[in-house]
Design a protein around this ligand. Structure first.
Ligand SMILES: Nc1ncnc2c1ncn2[C@@H]1O[C@H](COP(=O)(O)OP(=O)(O)OP(=O)(O)O)[C@@H](O)[C@H]1O
Length: 247
């Protein structure tokens, strides 16, 4: 059997205030899968995402990435494998130029010279931002900043990408450009989103998390066609949205 890219087994997590936010979560994602993680506000999606690269460590249960348990002594290696793309690009863009930002991660891993430059060039090309390499991230549009932030993560060549609300605040053109970029990448992806049409467009599989539990896991088109399931978990397709016809 292929080793899962992500394996979350019976994970329960409480914040220090005692609130149980993940309550026996189980999910497995195979290498190359692109999966949407859906759920209402406060469901525990971000908390789960932070377990995947060791920002939070499971007190109960087990999280493994490419077969390696996420633990204090593996966090460095895990973070090379799992790239988190935060909702706010400003969390990832803080250098004078976009190229500097993209170089930051691989330089931290010890790359320099031509090898580093190649990483930067590849990452910027992957998000179609080559022409903006020398610009200040503050002068980029929202959509360009989102793709720039993605490039900073891609430059570290993670095998898994976890994206938090990638389509938030993007206009239709920027949404499409980002979708095109994401569908061209061949990394495993977990996309945390409230944007159900985007989930339908990008992900064959969707998982609904509510109150810290996985309440649905299956084909995105089936999950999104179940209006009662969606309503039970405070999810809703936009008015007039038609799921793509399936053969
Ligand atoms: N650092 C923290 N300390 C205590 N409670 C927290 C902390 N961070 C989050 N929580 C609580 O954990 C619960 C789950 O939050 P989380 O951010 O994981 O949910 P989410 O599904 O990502 O929500 P949203 O869709 O609104 O982003 C919420 O009730 C939240 O208030």
């Amino acid at each position: 059997m292929t080793t899962p890219a992500i394996d979350v087994a019976d994970v329960t997590f409480r914040y220090p205030d005692g609130r149980t936010v993940l309550d026996g979560v189980n999910l497995t994602i195979a290498p190359g899968e692109r999966v949407a993680l859906l759920g209402p506000n406060g469901a525990g999606k971000t908390t789960l995402m932070l377990h995947l690269n060791g920002v939070l460590l499971a007190a109960d249960g087990h999280v493994a990435v490419n077969g390696i348990t996420v633990a204090r002594n593996t966090v460095r290696a895990i973070r090379r494998d799992v790239g988190l793309v935060f909702q706010d690009p400003d969390d990832q863009l803080f250098m004078p130029t976009l190229a500097d930002d993209v170089a930051f991660g691989p330089a931290n891993f010890g790359l320099c010279g031509a090898e580093l430059q190649q990483r930067v060039d590849e990452a910027l090309a992957a998000v179609e931002m080559t022409e903006h390499a020398g610009r200040s991230p503050h002068h980029l549009s929202g959509g360009q900043r989102r793709r720039g932030a993605l490039a900073t993560v891609l430059a570290c060549r993670p095998s898994i990408l976890v994206l938090d609300e990638p389509s938030a605040n993007l206009d239709p053109t920027a949404r499409s450009e980002l979708a095109r970029t994401l569908t061209r990448l061949d990394t495993t992806m977990l996309i945390v989103t409230h944007d159900l049409p985007y989930a339908a467009q990008l992900c064959e599989r969707a998982i609904i998390l509510d109150a810290g539990r996985v309440v649905a896991d299956g084909a995105t088109h089936r999950i999104l066609a179940d209006s009662e399931l969606l309503a039970r978990h405070r999810l809703e397709l936009p008015w007039g949205f038609a799921l793509p016809a399936r053969t």
